[in-house]
Design a binder for this molecule. Sequence first.
Ligand code: GDP
Length: 451
Amino acid sequence: MFENLSDKLQRSFKNLRGQGAITDENISDAMREIRLALLESDVNLDVATNLVEQIRAKAMGSQIATALSPSEQIVKIVHDELVALLGKDIAKFKTASQPPSVILMAGLQGSGKTTTSGKLAAWLKKGGHRPMLVSVDVYRPAAREQLAIVARSINASLYEGKLIDGEAATDSVLRLAKEAKRDAANFGCDILIVDTAGRLGIDQVLMDEMARLKALLNPSEILFVADAMTGQDAVKSAKAFNDLLTITGAVLTKMDGDARGGAALSIRQITGAPIKFIGTGEKPDAFEPFHPDRIVSRIMGMGDIATLLERAEEKLDRGKAESFAKKALSGDGFSLEDFREQLRQIKKLGSMKSIMKMLPSVGPFAGMAQAAENVDEKQFGRVEAIINSMTNKERRNSDIINGPRRKRIAAGSGTTVQEVNNLLRQHAQMSKMFKTMGGGGGMKQQQRLMA
Ligand code: GDP
């Protein structure tokens, strides 16, 4: 997500480094590069032009000497302008005063509407709501079945309803929606998520249907679901939907792919509606509220520690982490059994790639985000397989793992003796390092590691 834009922007900042003061000339150079970076990341032309003009005006204004170097000044200005572009705060999610609140999901076919409906329901459930799902896509039976499967997988209520032979399609759509709203109220569901029919392109029948659904349901949210991978096209269809329906927010899906990020930076400016959520994978929990400041931080190469910590808070077992730290820092060191448990915990945070990408590209983690591309996720599976192939005794005391045992472990885990050797060496080194940190002078050692 945003790697491209992030890399390009950082290159333009780097060129400014080492220059004594901001001058007209270096501003012009930087602006040219920033504009190029934005356009190559598929940012809408008008949006890019406006943004660069704002940045230029602010940069000119800041020519008077400040404590910041030119590159720091430009970085700060770009950061602030990007935050302004995306909206400063996390967008509020609206509900009606009288339940059930209705969320109307809009978007083109394949944008991820059904998947997102499910993700949203799961997210709302986690927040203590009782959502109900309904699909009013009467044109494609498979679409309604898909939502039923999604609802089952996250254990959310679903209004299935029935189609009536001979009933006109739009009548069926409106009837199903009305029945679902009544059903939600009867079952004490406070939010009804309406998954609508998508089309391959904007067409009049679809638009009329959406307008009638809006009039009938009086939704508190109309969320436009856009596939971030489609870049400019997503922005165009967002505008068409917004012109007709006045959307209340957008959800950008497939942000885990190699989308260039331009859609995210353009959609709010073009529609006036904030991005409320992003989808980051196919699974129901690959979904997060959109935090403009965190996204900007990622774009600027400052990582997204806030999201990483939040994920850790939610998914990790604090007790296990604490007992591991205590053990590792004690004189006894930690065993391969503890090491395997730590690997399992880390895996809960997502792929190693996604974790590394959230680290700042400056400071102690410099280079990690860039190195993420070359990470071999399977490597972690192999390490776990090696540890699994050991006996309990070996896991607790790796000193007894001699030559023949190494051969047996490699054969049992489908790896090589060299890989087993590597793991044992790494474990010994880490164990020693932790011991020194825990023992006398540990703080100093830690400070050195963090510097
Ligand atoms: P709809 O036609 O708009 O209802 O789209 P679907 O919900 O059926 O999604 C279309 C495809 O996109 C499916 O294969 C989904 O699994 C996939 N998809 C949806 N959201 C995401 C996402 O955030 N990341 C990824 N990688 N795939 C997604």
